[in-house]
Write a protein that binds this ligand. Structure first.
Ligand SMILES: Cc1cc2nc3c(=O)[nH]c(=O)nc-3n(C[C@H](O)[C@H](O)[C@H](O)COP(=O)(O)O)c2cc1C
Length: 198
């Protein structure tokens, strides 16, 4: 896997400029900055425009922070403690689709929420902020913390903040604090039919 961010084909630099650092300055971000990120996510595409994503957002130094932060695994707490905000992305597992009288399972709730996360992440880059998604959290504990009913799935928790200096990080993380690469395009995109790489 290439460890550089050189592209094989020309694209807008935004796509390689976005990455997931773990170093944050610890500075707060304004409510307006946070709402700008959520606004970008609001315009993501979704099946039948069902918009299954829902956000629970907390800024550090508010009473809402601790229960969500403490649900993160220790590794993520180690660096996310300096983020300015945590966003829990959850999704509605059912939707009322056109022509249907009641809610039915929405097979695309996670897929569409992923599109919303990507939009938010790209807006963060455009806003001069860093965003970092995390799957490392205690699901029942987080569900309890945000009072989430079983009708909704927890997709991810996202740390957002001003990008900081890597030398603030513990040594093990400092070495990893660099944008990573991607598989070659030929390994992931096939003409006409699926090809196995293995
Ligand atoms: C759904 C999801 C869960 C992730 N979980 C974690 C996590 O728990 N801890 C962490 O440090 N990074 C986590 N990451 C970050 C990925 O490792 C990172 O996005 C990936 O290596 C690609 O790097 P880039 O985002 O810098 O381009 C997660 C990313 C995603 C999208």
């Amino acid at each position: 896997m290439s460890s550089t961010r050189e592209t094989e084909h020309p694209i807008h630099p935004l796509f390689t400029q976005r990455w997931s650092p773990r170093a944050f300055t610890g500075e707060a971000i304004s409510e307006e900055q946070l709402l700008t990120l959520l606004e970008a996510a609001r315009w993501a595409p979704s099946a039948y425009n069902a918009q299954p994503w829902r956000w629970i957002h907390v800024r550090r130094d508010t009473a809402h922070w601790a229960p969500i932060f403490e649900s993160l695994v220790e590794f993520n707490q180690g660096w996310a403690q300096h983020a300015a905000a945590l966003l829990v992305l959850v999704s509605a597992k059912q939707a009322v689709f056109p022509g249907k009288p009641a809610a039915t399972p929405n097979a695309w709730h996670s897929f569409d929420s992923g599109a919303a996360w990507a939009s938010l992440a790209f807006q963060a880059t455009l806003s001069g902020l860093a965003s970092h998604a995390m799957a490392g959290f205690d699901e029942p504990r987080l569900r309890e913390a945000i009072q989430l009913p079983e009708t909704h799935a927890i997709e991810t928790v996202i740390a957002v903040g001003k990008p900081g200096r890597p030398d603030r990080l513990p040594e093990a993380l400092r070495a990893r604090e660099t944008p990573n690469g991607r598989l070659p395009l030929a390994d992931v995109a096939f003409e006409g039919r699926f090809k196995s790489n293995s």
